[in-house]
Design a protein around this ligand. Sequence first.
Ligand SMILES: [Zn+2]
Ligand SMILES: [Zn+2]
Length: 364
Amino acid sequence: MQIFAARSARREIVRIMIPVKGYAARSATSALAPFAFERRELRPKDVLIDILYCGICHSDLHLVRNEWGRSIYPMVPGHEIVGRVIENGKHARRFKKGDVAAVGCFVDSCRKCSNCKDGLQQYCTGGLILTYNSYEKDGKTITRGGYSTRIVVDEDYLLKVPPKLPLEKVAPLLCAGITTYSPLRYWEVGKGHNVAVLGLGGLGHMAVKFASAFGAEVTVLSGSPNKQRDAKRMGASDFVLTRDAEKMQDLSNHFDFTIDTVSAGHDLDSYLALLRTNGVMICVGLPSGEEQLSPFNLVLGRRSIAGSLIGGLPETQEMLNYCGRHNITADVEVIPIQQVNSTYKRILKSDVRYRFVIDLASLK
Ligand SMILES: [Zn+2]
Ligand SMILES: [Zn+2]
């Protein structure tokens, strides 16, 4: 009897953690490299997911290089995750084995604050737990993201993916998609609105697709002349080079909304001048520096500058369902994880059409 107990105890010890392969940054200056780690054993409401695809978000680059000053190493980035359910915890019922499940930018939150109760978990005031570079509720386990083979997530924080969409193109919807969908819905952007999308990268290309699907007239403001044809294909009716001073001047007082997706430093004042009276500039990109802003361009024209962060669980699900109904997905270039470092260099040169997605089969 005693022997049996010892054995089963030992078996339990062996089963406590789930081994996972990933890629991690070990410091702000080191390249991403293979990294073996463990996920927690399934709690009753947990789901174990075999990761198929993970998008590369510009935040991954900022965080890997500690540009926001709060990075935890070793860091396994990745918060645009699509995978297949391989195991359910005792009380996890939302998914069956083999179902597709998606994970976005957060994996838990306090569940008690007014924002959590309103389904605005992204603005949780009691402690949002990000998919990576965050601590779990125990305050010591570092969360690790989707540049890895498997992830364990509480079923309440998983999203369902509508059928028939190509999964590698779905992955970027979990951050780039919801980041642009949410403000467009909040400000009720649609027919009769002129919308500028500043920057045509991962966020920008999704903003163009959603804003045009909602019926707005979309103009892309970009620094890359070779993106014009793509912008039109995605639904933009106009494309203006930001260095074309004359054309930019023509757009003064023109837009009802600007979706600013730029994640490098830029001159907000010159773009504010393009808004008409009551126009709103919505920032969704997060540059690493501090931006300068003159109140003049706000006061003259009662303009506003606003920000928006991803979306809560109900809205993220609504966005995915909308994409399923309207066949909207991201434009992606799929890479094996072994190319992640050279891909980061391409992203820094804006050589992206329009989101890189890691095929995790390359790590298995
Ligand atoms: Zn992101
Ligand atoms: Zn909360």
